[in-house]
Structure formats: structure tokens, C-alpha cells
Design a binder for this molecule. Structure first.
Ligand code: ADP
Ligand code: MG
Length: 703
């Protein structure tokens, strides 16, 4: 149903414009005019009850009066008339609707929007929009939009949640020289959303890279699934990553933009390359649409200028592709194509004396060499060289090398002649940029794509026990009690049901019982207040550690009780938890949120000041395999602390990863119950010695 509707929308043999107008300036006029004048070769039916003929075409009062089959309909009539228009399209057997009209959920009219989707589905149709600019396709010669012209032809396809931005990007394709085959405006995504369109584009022979402008998703998980399965590069620019930006995006599209870090994690997990801003979106789209992925870390840079070489070296490190020296035999060969004072290390500096031939020979040799996974070629305009000839030498060298499937990026720094040479390179499939940083960043995008794709296609082996029955008993008990948070003791029962290593903990309701439990557990023990109203126990003077004997247990019991009453006289006190005292270890924090877009999501970071001040944490949408969890451990800035610094032995990262994996199983399995949770702190011991969860908290979803 999805493919058929999009085939109908994108390759229609006949298209109707419902609301076609004879008045220039009206959307119903512009769309019709664009279809007629910009290459569409199928049949066009203007629909308007009060006109006989528009722009030389016979006009029909209703789509039902059209004699032949109609595959797609562009709807431009006022919002309140759209339901009737949709119904008539349904009766006519239209496959897909491009609803340009605005005035639906983006202005609070969700019911009207739901109504048109329900109507469309009743007739087996799908809706693109409403509140969109339309769709454009170079390969179909079709501009079914009110954007003034088709984009510069190319191999990328844009899917944009913002209509205004689509029109601007469309115009900018010409000045930036980045070509697109298609552009989809998807607006309110009432029906067809990112996932549907990406799935369709993955089978579109004219699209080699899918470029997304994202404000928010309706269903983050279906987006992730489709992206993971896609075989083409997908690049996304997510707007609304600052708290303020998120609010702006929300009022704009009527859908909530998720937290920046969660989006970042989700896109990465889905194998979607990210762009940092609009410029970067163009730059990376150009590389991803023209070049294959970079399947290893060895980037070689060839340059005729030391300065741009150093700049590129800095960029390579910044973008996660630090340069390595080329192997000796590669250096020896490259030495033949430069003067004595050149350098064959990496960057390979052919020096300012380099002409067409040296470029040609060095590029041809390097590109074909196995050690090289990707090649970035830099050129500074000189008095004695001609940029166009250098460009042609580079292109010839690459073609003659007989190698395929290895990426190249180019940067020429200079004036007009360099600009022209770069435009020629792009036309011939080589992405070229006016600054070395951009050429290296483009290569980094190709590397990120390959890396993420490998990870995204890993299968996720679940870990942790199937603790549902035990967990649900604990949760139901708390709910019967009228609570939406669990005490530490209860939360640890839930954690433990899923195989998380928690400290042995028992509840004492009297001093005598506390003494008995302490003996059972074994000294030293820790004692903590247990009250649903006291979530931050230390703040209430409710935690005593390292209690070594009976007298201290009795004293701690009395002090904690007194402190708790001082802190909150109304608090219901279940008693005092007596628990095993875990030996000292590195403190980390695990937590979860139930993200509105992506559902259960894990957080990991180092405890204490690292999380509170530096916010040094990382996220993953659940489930998280242990190998992914290991990557989380390596991702935080404090990673060296876990790896072992200054004579400290490395921490048990394998056990930590297993724990993250089990935790993620728990939050996914209890997605309907848990709204937020944390294990703060978890103590991590030396390799082979495991981890211990010493505090646990679970906030339930309100029911
Ligand atoms: P809260 O976070 O509610 O104040 P915690 O249970 O996290 O209370 O206890 C406060 C601190 O006491 C912890 O950060 C940890 O350093 C220490 N602690 C708590 N329980 C234990 C335990 N069982 N073994 C060792 N140290 C503990
Ligand atoms: Mg705590």
C-alpha cells in the first residue's frame, strides 16, 4: 500500500490539481503552471467548479468528472473543503494525495487532520502532508509543488519537514552546486512519514543519498528500523537541539522534538550520518551522494601546500580520522613524484612545484594502494599551475587506477579558476570544496557512515533474566499502595529480578530487627531510611555507612529515624534498610528515561561531579547489546578512568557492559510501567571483580 501510493504520487501517468486556479499568485495556479512548464509529460487535470479552462487545459468541476484514470492529486483547496475533496479522490480511485493545504494540526485542528487520513485510508489512499510545499522530481520531470523550479539535478533526495527550508534549499542547490533528484515536503506527516518515504527511496534508482531535515518524529522506533535496513546512506540535520530550539520546533510542527542527546544516540544507532548545520548538510550530502563509504581508517592526504596540509591534519583529528604515516614502500614510491624537499609521510606534500604530472602520478599510485582507505587531495592555486588542468589530471589518475569503491574528496583553495575547476570535478563525480576542513569533514562523513552501518547491522543479543513476574508483583503492590515511586528496597527487587547485581538489602522495622539483620548480612553494614516520600536519602540524613557493631546499629537506627522525622514529619516510614556494605569502587551512574519519541532509553556516565557538573553522560535507545554498551563506556570524556589511569588497574568494563545490557532489557520489558529509573551509584571494581548497584530508584508511569 505504501509503495503503490508513493509510486502513484511520484510517477503518475495522470495528475489532478484539486483547486487549480487561473489567478497568478495563488498556490493552485503556481502548482498547475509548474506541472505544465517544467517537464511533466503525463496528463494534467485542473479541477475547479467555476472555470472552463485554466492555462489552456480543460477544467473539470470535480475529479469525478475526469474521463480517465488519475494516479495522484495535488490538493490546494481550503482546509474545510479538504474532506470532501479527499472523498471524491477516493471514489475516483486516486492512489496518493499531495495535500498542500495548511490549517490542520499545526494550528490545533487535529480532528480535521485525523478525518482526512481516515477518509483516505477507507479508499486505500495515502496522504503526503498536509501543510506542505509539494514534491519535485528531476528524473520524472515533475514539479508538483509551489516551489519555483526543480533543483539542480543530482543524485541526492531531500525529505524536509519544513516547507520554507525546502524552497530555500531548492534555490541554494544552484549556488552551492549540490545536486538533488527529488525533494519531498512532508509537513505534518499525518500519514506518510519519514519512515515510509525512506523505505521507498531506498528502492528508487535515481536516489543515491537520502538527506533529511528533521524537527521531530511521530514514531522514532519505526524510523530507526527503516534506517537500519536501508542500503543507501542517510544523512540528517536535526533542528531543535537546544532547550529553546526544541520549544520553537514544537510550536512550529505540533510535534514534540526530543531531547538532543537522545536524538543523537537514536540517529547514530540507526546508522544515520548527522550534519552539524545547513552548510555541513550540503557538504556531506555531496560526498555521500557521489562517493562510496570509507571502509577503513587510513586517510591519505596529498597536497601542494604545507599550510593546507597542516589544516587538513588538524581537521582529520577533529573529525575522528587522525592521520597515520604511510608505510615505507608507499613513501618510497611517492618520493619519486616530488622534489627532495617534499614529504612523503602523510600529508604527502608534493610542494608548490607540483604540476599536472606529479599530481597525476602521485594520485594514481596512492589511490590504487591497498593501505589507503580514502584519499583527500588538496591544491593551492599557484602562479605556474592551471587549476582546471590539475582537476583533469586528478580525475584521469583516478579513472586510470582501475580501482573502485574507494572514496575521494578534493579541496582547491584559490580564486575563480579554482571554483571553475571544482565545479568540473563535481560534475565528474568528485566532491570538491573551497576549504581543506570541508573536504576532510566530507571524508569523515563517509567513514562515519561505514562505521555506523557496521554497528547498526549487528544483531542485539539480549541479556539479563526474564524477571517480569517478580517485578510486576512489586510494582502492583506499590500501585495498590497509591504510589508512583518504588522505595530503594522495591527497586532493588525489580533490578535483581532482571539479573542486576544489587547489594543484599533487608527491611527492619525495629532496632532489634535491625541488629538481627545486620548479623545475618555480616558487618560492616549500611543503614538507610525507607520512605516513599524521601527519594534523596542523604539529604534527609537518612544514610549511615560502615556500621561495624551492634551498638552502632542501634544508634544509627535511632538517629536515622529522628533525622527523617525532622526532615519530613508527614513522611510514611516503612522502616530502615539494612544492607551489605559494598567495598569502595569507581562510582558510575546508570539511568533510564521513557523518551516520548524513542521509548525506553539508557543513560550511562561516571558518578559524582562528572555527572552533576560536567554532564559527561551518553545515551542509547534500548535494547543495548553488551558490545554497544562497551562503546558507551568508551564514549564519555571520563573513559580513561575506567580504562585505568595513573597506576589504577582497569575497571571491570565487561561486567559493566553486561549490567547496562541487562538494565536495558529491564526498561524495555517494563516500558509500560517504568517512566524513569536510576542506579546511582553503581560501584565498578577491578577487572574480573564485577560491579555492585548500591542505590536504586524507579518512578512508575502514572496510570
Ligand atoms: P541517596 O542517593 O538517596 O542519597 P544512596 O543510597 O545513594 O542514597 O547513598 C548515599 C551514598 O552512600 C552513596 O552514594 C554511596 O557512596 C554510599 N552507599 C550507599 N549504600 C552503600 C552500600 N551498600 N555500600 C557502600 N556504600 C554505600
Ligand atoms: Mg544515590
Amino acid at each position: 500500500m505504501n509503495h503503490e501510493a508513493l509510486d502513484g504520487i511520484m510517477h503518475p501517468k495522470a495528475i489532478a490539481v484539486v483547486g487549480a486556479s487561473a489567478t497568478p499568485g495563488k498556490i493552485g495556479y503556481t502548482v498547475l503552471d509548474n506541472l505544465i512548464k517544467q517537464g511533466y509529460t503525463g496528463t494534467i487535470y485542473p479541477i475547479n467548479p467555476s472555470a472552463e479552462e485554466i492555462l489552456g487545459l480543460k477544467c473539470y468541476p470535480s475529479i469525478l468528472d475526469v474521463p480517465g484514470q488519475v494516479d495522484a492529486a495535488v490538493i490546494t483547496i481550503p482546509a474545510k473543503l479538504v474532506p470532501q475533496g479527499v472523498e471524491e479522490c477516493g471514489k475516483k480511485g486516486v492512489k496518493g494525495l499531495i495535500v498542500i493545504t495548511s490549517g490542520f494540526s499545526e494550528v490545533g485542528k487535529r480532528e480535521l487532520e485525523d478525518e482526512i487520513v481516515a477518509l483516505a485510508h477507507r479508499y486505500g489512499m495515502r496522504i503526503l502532508g498536509p501543510n506542505i510545499v509539494g514534491v519535485l522530481s528531476n528524473s520524472d520531470g515533475m514539479n508538483a509543488s509551489f516551489a519555483p523550479y526543480l533543483p539542480l539535478p543530482g543524485k541526492a533526495t531531500l525529505v524536509s519537514q519544513s516547507g520554507a527550508l525546502l524552497i530555500a534549499i531548492d534555490a541554494a542547490t544552484y549556488t552551492r552546486g549540490v545536486g538533488f533528484d527529488k525533494m519531498f515536503s512532508i509537513g505534518n506527516m499525518s500519514d506518510l512519514d519519514f519512515a515510509d518515504i525512506i523505505e521507498w527511496l531506498n528502492d528508487d534508482p535515481n536516489t543515491s543519498c537520502i538527506t533529511l531535515y528533521i524537527e521531530g518524529f511521530k514514531n522514532g522506533r519505526s524510523f530507526m528500523d527503516v534506517c537500519r535496513r536501508a542500503t543507501k546512506p542517510i544523512i540528517g540535520l536535526k533542528a531543535g537541539v537546544s532547550a529553546h530550539g526544541a520549544a520553537a520546533a514544537a510550536s512550529h510542527t505540533g510535534s514534540l522534538a526530543g531531547a538532543a542527546k537522545v536524538y543523537g544516540a537514536a540517529l547514530q544507532q540507526a546508522g544515520v550520518v548527522q550534519a552539524s548545520d545547513l552548510d555541513n548538510l550540503f557538504d556531506r550530502t555531496l560526498a555521500l551522494s557521489l562517493q562510496p563509504p570509507m571502509n577503513g581508517d587510513n586517510l591519505l592526504i596529498i597536497t601542494n601546500g604545507g599550510g593546507v596540509g597542516v589544516l587538513a591534519t588538524d581537521s582529520a583529528e577533529r573529525y575522528g580520522l587522525p592521520l597515520k604515516f604511510a608505510p615505507p614502500e608507499v613513501q618510497a614510491e611517492l618520493k619519486k613524484h616530488m622534489p627532495d624537499f617534499g614529504s612523503a609521510k602523510n600529508p604527502v606534500d608534493l610542494t608548490g612545484m607540483a604540476g599536472n604530472e606529479w599530481y597525476h602520478d602521485a594520485v594514481k599510485y596512492a589511490y590504487a594502494h591497498n593501505w589507503v582507505d580514502g584519499l583527500t587531495i588538496l591544491y593551492c592555486e599557484t602562479a605556474v599551475t592551471n587549476p582546471m588542468e590539475i582537476a583533469q589530471s586528478i580525475k584521469a589518475a583516478i579513472d586510470e587506477s582501475g580501482v573502485n569503491g574507494k572514496p575521494v574528496s578534493v579541496s582547491f583553495v584559490g580564486g575563480e579558476r579554482s571554483e571553475k575547476a571544482m565545479a568540473w570535478l563535481v560534475e565528474h563525480g568528485l566532491p570538491a570544496y573551497g576549504a581543506p576542513d570541508r573536504a576532510v569533514n566530507a571524508m569523515a562523513a563517509l567513514r562515519e557512515y561505514a562505521r555506523m552501518k557496521a554497528i547498526a547491522s549487528e544483531s542485539i543479543t539480549p541479556c539479563g533474566d526474564e524477571g517480569r513476574a517478580i517485578a510486576m508483583k512489586v510494582i502492583e503492590h506499590a500501585r495498590l499502595d497509591g504510589r508512583d515511586s518504588l522505595t530503594e528496597i522495591e527497586a532493588k527487587q525489580v533490578f535483581s529480578a532482571y539479573g542486576l547485581p544489587v547489594t543484599r538489602t533487608k527491611l527492619a522495622t525495629s532496632e532489634d530487627e535491625a541488629v538481627k539483620l545486620a548479623q545475618e548480612i555480616g558487618y560492616p553494614v549500611v543503614m538507610k531510611i525507607v520512605s516513599p516520600e524521601i527519594l534523596h536519602k542523604s539529604d534527609a540524613g537518612g544514610v549511615k555507612v560502615n556500621i561495624k557493631d551492634e551498638a552502632s546499629v542501634r544508634e544509627a537506627f535511632r538517629t536515622i529515624m529522628a533525622n527523617a522525622k525532622d526532615y519530613n514529619a508527614e513522611a510514611h516510614i516503612h522502616g530502615i534498610a539494612v544492607q551489605e556494605m559494598a567495598p569502595w569502587g569507581t562510582e558510575v551512574i546508570l539511568g533510564s528515561v521513557n523518551d516520548p519519541t524513542f521509548g525506553p532509553t539508557m543513560m550511562f556516565g561516571l558518578g559524582g561531579i562528572f555527572v552533576e557538573v560536567l554532564k559527561d553522560v551518553t545515551f542509547r535507545v534500548a535494547p543495548v547489546s553488551s558490545s554497544q554498551a562497551l562503546r558507551m563506556l568508551g564514549e564519555i570524556r571520563g573513559a580513561p578512568i575506567l580504562a585505568g589511569v595513573r597506576g589504577e588497574s582497569p575497571r571491570d568494563r565487561a561486567a559493566m557492559a553486561e549490567t547496562i545490557c541487562a538494565y536495558s532489557t529491564m526498561i524495555l520489558d517494563l516500558a509500560d510501567e517504568i517512566s524513569e529509573s536510576d542506579a546511582n551509584p553503581v560501584l565498578v571494581y577491578a577487572e574480573g571483580k564485577g560491579v555492585k548497584v548500591v542505590d536504586a530508584r524507579i518512578i512508575l508511569k502514572k496510570k
